[in-house]
Design a protein around this ligand. Structure first.
Ligand code: IPM
Ligand code: MG
Length: 366
């Protein structure tokens, strides 16, 4: 049976980079017999403009029945002023939550051709290969209660008549256990080292997190587990990032640490991500945002979207062979010296979005 994919180009450079991933997808179908069909849907600002909702019911339904979804990016200045509950970002948060995509895999690896692009000295990052496993459907992003309300006078001296804003950090044992398993399963295919990041010196929620991760580790005696507080982890990431293999952490800490890790590679335009549920149904998206400043100018780097397609092939379609082929083609075009604007500091031949996508297709072989 043919695999079914949903493409959600979204906003800004999203449509341009997804178009190049689609070109690669078509080549895999035509040349390598990948049995796949796909359709397109609206999300984010594009969906707000068309239907007044950043995640229309039709898009959610299409994502539910798809084996996997490839997303470009959402958001932009045009939609910043509208009410929070219908902003583009809400579309993304809702699709993650509705599909139960709790395991967010964010690799941060240095492409050796781009070693000079990092903000750190080359010797600190040469060979860098980290995987951040971020819990994506729980924690303070989704905990209840949340809101802004009129505050009561407070014993800490806060005057009455002021508003208070609040969110709740909550994790159940079940949520911690399943993300810990995702991390150990991923580590088994890598260097077998998991570092769990929390704030157990302050937060009860983290105390439970640490206890549960430690319990799960007993099922993975071939893997090594360590624990780190999040402030120290942020520091270690910029001090000696190569000490890490897999980092597992909650939603908010993972949001912050994955941006740090991405920047270490100097090529945020290169990094893919996967968000999967227990059925291996997934949402795949570049780590970069919608970059409205360069949208529509054939400047964006499509490689993160193309590498997201590779993750999709590996994790949702069980086609690691084709994923390897796509990744090799990407390495090939970099070795050929092709560089989009974001990598311009690296010399080589300047190319646009389309030319980069076409070069990857040419590099796929037959
Ligand atoms: C990310 C982004 C999102 C997040 C935003 C756009 C809602 O920063 O995917 O890292 O905070 O999860
Ligand atoms: Mg983020």
């Amino acid at each position: 049976m043919s695999a079914r994919l949903l493409l959600l180009p979204g906003d800004g450079i999203g449509p341009e980079v997804v178009a190049e991933a689609e070109r690669v997808l078509a080549a895999l179908r035509d040349r390598f017999g990948l049995e796949v069909e796909w359709s397109e849907g609206l999300i984010g600002g594009a969906a707000i403009d068309a239907e007044g909702d950043p995640l229309p019911a039709s898009t959610l339904e299409a994502a539910r029945v798809a084996d996997a979804t490839l997303l470009g990016a959402v958001g932009g200045p045009k939609w910043e002023a509208i009410e929070r509950s219908i902003r583009p970002e809400r579309g993304l948060l809702r699709i993650r939550s509705e599909l139960g995509l709790y395991a967010n895999l964010r690799p941060a690896m240095l492409f050796k051709e781009l070693a000079g692009a990092s903000s750190l000295r080359p010797e600190l990052v040469a060979g860098l290969d980290i995987l951040i496993v971020r819990e994506l459907t729980g924690g303070i992003y989704f905990g209840q209660p949340r809101g802004i309300r009129q505050g009561e006078p407070h014993p800490d001296g806060r005057p009455g008549g002021q508003r208070v804003g609040f969110n709740t950090l909550v994790y159940s044992e079940f949520e911690i256990e399943r993300i810990a398993r995702s991390a150990f399963e991923a580590a088994r295919k890598r260097d077998k080292r998991v570092c769990s990041v929390d704030k157990a010196n302050v937060l009860e929620c983290s105390e439970l997190w640490r206890e549960v991760v430690t319990r799960v580790a007993a099922d993975y005696p071939d893997c090594e587990l360590s624990h780190m507080y999040v402030d120290n982890a942020a520091m270690q990431l910029v001090r000696a990032p190569k000490q890490f293999d897999v980092i597992v952490t909650g939603n908010l800490f993972g949001d912050v640490l994955s941006d740090i890790a991405a920047m270490l590679t100097g090529s945020i335009g290169m990094l893919p991500s996967a968000s999967v549920n227990e059925k291996a149904q997934g949402l795949y998206e570049p780590v970069h945002g919608s970059a409205p400043d360069i949208a529509g100018q054939d400047k964006a780097n499509p490689l993160a979207a193309i590498l997201s397609l590779a993750m999709l092939l590996r994790h949702s379609l069980d086609r690691g062979d084709l994923a390897d082929r796509v990744e090799a083609a990407v390495a090939g075009v970099l070795a050929d010296g092709l560089r989009t604007g974001d990598l311009a500091g690296e010399g080589g031949t300047p190319v646009g979005t389309r030319a980069m996508g076409e070069a990857v297709v040419a590099r796929l072989g037959n």
